[in-house]
Design a protein around this ligand. Structure first.
Ligand SMILES: Cc1cc2nc3c(=O)[nH]c(=O)nc-3n(C[C@H](O)[C@H](O)[C@H](O)COP(=O)(O)OP(=O)(O)OC[C@H]3O[C@@H](n4cnc5c(N)ncnc54)[C@H](O)[C@@H]3O)c2cc1C
Ligand code: SF4
Ligand code: SF4
Length: 404
């Protein structure tokens, strides 16, 4: 229930202006806010009231109410590549997993797509499995903003009542999902590595816990929707079906500049961010076994020979030898290259969780008992520096033969 503190209310009409459902008005006679029947408890007005006169009281959802929540939703995050807006690949990965969950529940799969001029992205979402797209277009959604995107997605969730909402654990997804969870008083499980439906039709959200030493299965039994974030490269992309179509529902977006407290003035892409290990096809990853920052030139030489990208384990980042965007693992990135070189990496669980989606793993380690060999397709026991030099020589010879 949305409560108005009539003593505090100054009749400024901010709430009336931002409500997406025209569910709150300021009465002309009393000059105080009054909540109408259409209120979905989306929370948009609460954040803009200058005198904190609005508050939401939420009760635990009863079993009967839980049964009313249906369908799996995914946040349709997109990014700008040059002048083009493109769907982030994690959304396509979530469509594959989302379809599986929706089929188990016998429900449908929808994408909430906020943005400005993003209608061209809709067919791709259908081709990867969406049955419906909620298209939320508005010029104030041209760039991601926590306020704008939270308001629009929370409104769609509040009115459509999905049973599950999934977000990519991208930088913006990590910002958005907790804000929506906070606004709608929902649970949220971050960085899930597994999602399934149990016999009680609940979402079982699996993720590493206690420093990655156990895998925890988390349920949200008392709130709906159940919400999770999933990192890129955790689930495979589904097979595309270019003949598949679906339903587009255009959502009327009621946003005003006053609802958005932040503005992007300038975007500066740092050189570190331009190395995207999440999309690399070949990764040459170094561990503490590299010994020193100077020795990283061995890794660079191998990466150059195989046209790969350099990444590493956490100790290298902690030591300042590699920047954080190049860290693989639980507190770094999850990667899924076709080829992953693990050089002087022991294979701690926190590292493995970030790279076991790789197609082929080649590990070099001088300790034959190192756990990395348990996940490696090819394991070489020995000194990495000697082996790297031999390997680079062989690759260069092969290249020379091809060009001769
Ligand atoms: C909450 C939490 C989050 C974490 N997140 C991450 C994460 O995101 N990513 C991550 O990587 N770690 C993470 N860790 C740290 C993780 O537990 C390990 O400490 C780390 O992965 C070890 O890195 P490493 O394998 O490079 O080093 P080590 O475990 O020290 O292994 C070095 C290896 O190099 C081998 N070696 C040494 N010299 C040579 C040589 N000349 N030739 C060949 N082999 C050689 C050794 O035999 C050894 O196996 C996290 C830990 C915690 C608690
Ligand atoms: S909670 Fe949402 S629907 Fe209810 S009055 Fe406020 S803005 Fe409108
Ligand atoms: S925003 Fe707050 S102070 Fe302004 S009318 Fe609404 S409840 Fe009253």
């Amino acid at each position: 229930m949305l409560n108005v503190d009539l003593e505090a209310c100054i009749g400024c009409k901010m709430c009336e202006r931002v409500c997406p459902f025209a569910a709150i008005i300021v009465e002309p006679e009393t000059k105080k806010a009054k909540v109408l029947d259409g209120c979905t408890l989306c929370g948009t007005c609460v954040g803009v009231c200058p005198v904190d006169a609005l508050s939401i009281e939420r009760k635990a959802v009863s079993e009967e109410e839980i049964a009313l929540y249906k369908n799996v939703f995914i946040w349709g995050e997109w990014e700008k590549k040059g002048e083009k807006k493109v769907i982030k690949s994690v959304v396509l990965e979530l469509l594959g997993k989302g379809k599986e969950l929706a089929e188990k529940l016998d429900e449908s799969l929808a994408v909430v797509l906020p943005g400005n001029n993003v209608e061209h992205l809709v067919p791709e979402l259908f081709h990867y499995g969406a049955d419906k797209v909620y298209l939320c277009e508005h010029e104030l959604l041209e760039d991601y903003s926590t306020d704008g995107y939270t308001s629009v997605i929370a409104s769609v969730i509040a009115s459509e009542k999905p049973s599950i909402v999934l977000y990519g654990a991208t930088p913006n997804g990590r910002d958005l999902a907790p804000r929506i969870a906070g606004r709608l008083a929902l649970g949220l499980t971050a960085d899930c590595t597994g999602l399934d439906i149990n016999e009680s039709r609940q979402l079982v959200q699996t993720r590493p816990a206690f420093g990655g030493n156990i895998m925890a299965s988390i349920l949200s039994p008392y709130t709906r929707p159940q919400m999770s974030t999933v990192r890129p490269n955790v689930f495979p992309k589904p097979v595309i079906n270019v003949t598949k179509t679906g339903i587009v529902e255009e959502v009327e977006v009621n946003l005003r500049p006053v609802s958005i407290r932040t503005k992007i003035i300038e975007e500066i892409i740092s050189q570190e961010d331009s190395i995207n290990i999440e999309e690399a096809k070949i990764l040459v990853s170094a561990g503490r076994g590299v010994g020193s920052k100077e020795n990283l030139h061995f890794i660079d030489e191998l990466a150059k020979a195989v046209e790969g990208t350099v990444s590493g384990s956490r100790p290298l980042v902690d030591l300042g030898w590699l920047p954080h965007p190049q860290q693989v693992g639980q507190s770094g990135k999850t990667v899924a290259p076709t080829l992953y070189f693990a050089l002087g990496i022991s294979g701690a669980v926190q590292h493995l969780v970030g790279m076991t989606s790789s197609d082929t793993v080649i590990a070099i380690n001088k300790d034959k008992e190192a756990p990395i060999f348990e996940v490696a397709d090819f394991g070489i026991v020995g000194d990495m520096f000697e082996i790297i030099q031999e390997f680079v020589k062989l690759v260069e010879e092969e290249k020379a033969k091809k060009t001769a």
